[in-house]
Ligand binder design. Structure first.
Ligand SMILES: [Zn+2]
Length: 84
């Protein structure tokens, strides 16, 4: 994937971003983001945004922070529980 601003190659990183869900401003941490080292843009894929939206219904901390990595691990665990 290329940067929309400068067409440089984007690098996958773990970072944080903010998004608004149902009028609430939510800070998502430990999330996979795409970073442009050239112009310092951070791009969040639609898939990650969608997942963060789903996670926020269940796992949102009282201070409106969402730990993406932890939520993803939690999802895997609940799937495993279903299998057992
Ligand atoms: Zn760029």
């Amino acid at each position: 994937m290329k940067c929309m601003k400068c067409h440089n190659t984007l690098h996958s990183e773990i970072g944080e971003f903010s998004m608004t869900i149902n009028g609430k401003s939510i800070k998502v941490i430990n999330a996979p983001v795409l970073h442009c080292k050239n112009c310092n843009s951070v791009i969040i894929s639609d898939e990650v945004k969608e997942k963060a939206k789903e996670f926020s219904k269940v796992y949102l901390y009282p201070d409106n922070t969402l730990d993406y990595a932890e939520c993803e691990a939690g999802t895997i665990m609940s799937v495993m529980n279903l299998l057992l």
